[in-house]
Design a protein around this ligand. Structure first.
Ligand code: ARG
Length: 252
């Protein structure tokens, strides 16, 4: 009687121990994919009312992680810190509406492109600024580390305006609405969202020729090929189109 009790107690202890072990084993940890993003960029990534990060890139990343059998962990950081986070391998990949530029390709690897938007100049509704020439003498805001920051510098060679760099694209819109800048230069899909939601004005950049958005990885990462396979499958099955419809269509 007594022995039976001891044996079953031991078995219970043993199995609890085993469960504990398997939960914290290294292989379990390896199955988590850490993604870096900058959640200030609706409809690609932004926080909803409950503080959750949602958007096109988030659904895309979840799908990719799922297909490859990983858990997804999201790290929210400033856009201009994302390349550094990849280089120091603090994150395994970045989805942040990041355009796959030649310059960035020197420091990180990119997947195949999954979306392309272009650029827009966002203004207050009554601003009467609707061409590049009219930027003359104005203050144009850009998000730090973006291709729009680089692009604005190029346009400055032809049109004389002041540039103001800020950390996040939400700050950019704040600056515009409080008249600290006259124009916000940003990604077209993000711009269209703000224009609609906050009743702003704006015009498309006639000169923009930026590359499409892609997933970024540390240089030499094996993950790139796996992700490319999933992207290819998503393009063929119509899943990518479905996500675009869900998040981007109203803005086109
Ligand atoms: N497409 C632009 C770039 O790659 C802007 C991306 C901004 N992304 C963000 N999550 N704030 O530079």
């Amino acid at each position: 009687m007594k022995n039976k009790f001891v044996v079953s107690a031991l078995m219970i202890i043993l199995s609890i121990g085993l469960i504990g072990c398997s939960n914290s084993s290294a292989s379990e940890n390896e199955k988590t994919l850490v993604m870096g993003t900058s959640a200030d960029f609706a409809p690609f990534e932004s926080r909803n009312e409950s503080g959750e990060i949602v958007g096109f890139d988030i659904d895309l990343a979840k799908y990719i992680a799922d297909e490859l059998g990983y858990n997804l962990e999201i790290k929210d950081m400033k856009f201009d810190g994302l390349i550094g986070a990849l280089q120091t391998e603090k994150v395994d990949m970045v989805l942040a509406g990041m355009s796959a530029t030649e310059k960035r390709s020197q420091n990180v690897d990119f997947s195949t492109q999954y979306n392309h938007s272009g650029e827009m100049f966002v203004t207050n509704k009554d601003a009467n600024i609707d061409s590049l020439e009219q930027l003359e003498g104005k203050t144009v805001g850009v998000q730090l580390g973006t291709i729009q920051e680089e692009g604005a510098k190029k346009i400055q060679e032809k049109v004389d305006f002041k540039m103001k760099q800020v950390d996040t694209s939400s700050t950019l819109i704040q600056e515009l609405k409080t008249n600290r800048i006259d124009v916000a230069y940003m990604d077209k899909a993000a711009a269209k969202g703000y224009i609609k939601e906050q009743n702003l004005g704006g015009f498309e950049d006639p000169t923009s020729s930026s590359p499409g958005m892609a997933v970024a990885f540390p240089k030499g990462s094996d993950l790139k090929e796996d992700v490319n396979k999933v992207l290819k499958e998503m393009k063929e099955s119509g899943k990518l189109e479905e996500l675009k419809k869900e998040w981007l269509e109203d803005l086109e």
